[in-house]
Design a protein around this ligand. Structure first.
Ligand SMILES: Cc1cc2nc3c(=O)[nH]c(=O)nc-3n(C[C@H](O)[C@H](O)[C@H](O)COP(=O)(O)OP(=O)(O)OC[C@H]3O[C@@H](n4cnc5c(N)ncnc54)[C@H](O)[C@@H]3O)c2cc1C
Length: 374
């Protein structure tokens, strides 16, 4: 039976990137996922993910984002796919809101090109947006959106091209790690390797129950609306808006013929990855149309469709990327708390560094799960 250098459990956003980076560095890789390639049952589907560097979640993320944007360009070249649309981002809200204060702090600290716009300038530059009189926005021209499905497909294709063995529709039931190696059990077989990488997304509470992180999995919904006139939404930035009422919604340009995507970032019903309610309810469609319509009145004219998606939140909404504290041969990447996709290529690079070199030059101390252990 083949003995691998490394087994990657989970081939979604993060795991597919890790499999590619590891295979490219000459590792003998086995990747395993319970579902078919590029499925819509986890966290990496829905056609678009915002990426931005004026990072309201904290300046510590910016060095990773500077590298991630380089790597998205590289991934486009290596895969021959178009993955990153640089349409710019408008982050709006009250001047003292976390959205404005946080994104300004990150932009200033790292010289991320940006402008601060008052309400009149917002209306002038982006006529679809109707800010409240006292709201401002940070305009980041280098931001945009990436394709989650395209990214997973590209990473899987490149991983296979570099010799990774990829098993789909094979669920991992158990894994163990000893001083001499790791062993992974699935419905059909056992596999052994020197090291393990776990990227289980919303299944982290199942596969990483002894990590010491109190994950909260939440049901989120992505909505597609059709404005009466789609033309003003075609050449349009992505946006993220925090209202004084405490809502935070975001959306994308009309980049396909399937309607214009919007969603609400906060909230969501706690659930598990296996028991999430996938039905869409009329009252939630009305609620999102109201909050989006409060600032972009022409957008939610007709509802087209919606799709559920999973967030895996940590208590402080920062990621977990580290060697497993109880199993030194295992490295984990999880708890992306609804903002991980833009980091996918650099997370792949970090995981490959941790497996191959035992360390990484990237700053990841913020993501140490030890922060949750008293
Ligand atoms: C609605 C929504 C909007 C978002 N918007 C943004 C955004 O605009 N910008 C941004 O940066 N981020 C965004 N995110 C977050 C981002 O998409 C996630 O952080 C990212 O997709 C997480 O990737 P992952 O690899 O951890 O999870 P996944 O891609 O779900 O991968 C986990 C994989 O593990 C597999 N797996 C789990 N258990 C097992 C097992 N036992 N055996 C075998 N396989 C297993 C699963 O099948 C799955 O394929 C959004 C998320 C959602 C849901």
């Amino acid at each position: 039976m083949t003995h691998y250098d490394v087994i990657v459990i989970g081939l979604g956003g993060m795991g597919s990137a890790a499999a590619y980076r590891l295979a490219r560095r000459g590792q003998k890789v086995l990747g395993i996922d319970q579902f078919a390639p590029v499925h819509n049952l986890g966290s990496s589907h829905g056609g678009s993910r915002i990426t931005r560097q004026a990072y309201l979640e904290g300046p510590d993320y910016v060095p990773l984002l500077l590298r991630a944007h380089e790597m998205w360009d590289e991934l486009e070249r290596d895969s021959g796919r178009s993955l990153f649309t640089r349409c710019g981002a408008v982050m709006g809200g009250p001047p003292e809101s976390r959205t404005i204060a946080g994104s300004t702090l990150s932009a200033e600290k790292f010289d991320v090109p940006h402008e601060i716009l008052d309400a009149a300038e917002i209306r002038h530059r982006f006529p679809t947006i109707t800010p409240a009189e006292d709201e401002v926005a940070l305009w980041e021209p280098g931001a945009g959106f990436v394709s989650p499905e395209g990214s997973v497909a590209a990473h899987l294709q490149l991983a296979a091209r570099h010799g990774a063995e990829l098993h789909h529709e094979e669920q991992v039931f158990t894994w163990t790690s000893t001083e001499t190696g790791v062993r992974v059990g699935t419905a059909s077989s056992y596999y052994t390797a020197e090291r393990l990488v776990l990227c289980p997304g919303a299944w982290a509470p199942v596969l990483l129950a002894d990590l010491g992180v109190d994950f909260e999995v939440r049901r989120q919904v992505q909505y597609w609306f059709e404005p009466a006139d789609v033309r003003p939404f075609v050449d349009h930035p992505v946006y993220l808006w925090e209202t004084a009422e405490g809502g935070q919604f975001y959306g994308f340009p009309a980049h396909t013929a399937q309607g214009v995507k919007v969603a609400v970032h906060l909230g969501g019903t706690p659930c598990t990855a296996d028991t999430i309610d996938r039905r869409i309810h009329d009252d939630e469609v009305r609620a999102v149309a109201d909050v989006v319509g409060s600032r972009i009145p022409a957008l939610p004219a007709a509802f087209r469709r919606a799709a559920t998606c999973l967030y895996t939140n940590t208590p402080d909404e920062h990621f977990v990327i580290a060697p497993h504290p109880k199993h030194p041969r295992a490295v984990v990447a999880c708890g992306f708390s609804g903002h991980g996709f833009k980091f996918v290529p650099v997370v792949g690079e970090i995981l490959a560094d941790l497996v191959v070199d035992g360390a990484t030059r990237h700053p990841i101390s913020l993501f140490d799960p030890a922060r949750f252990t008293p």
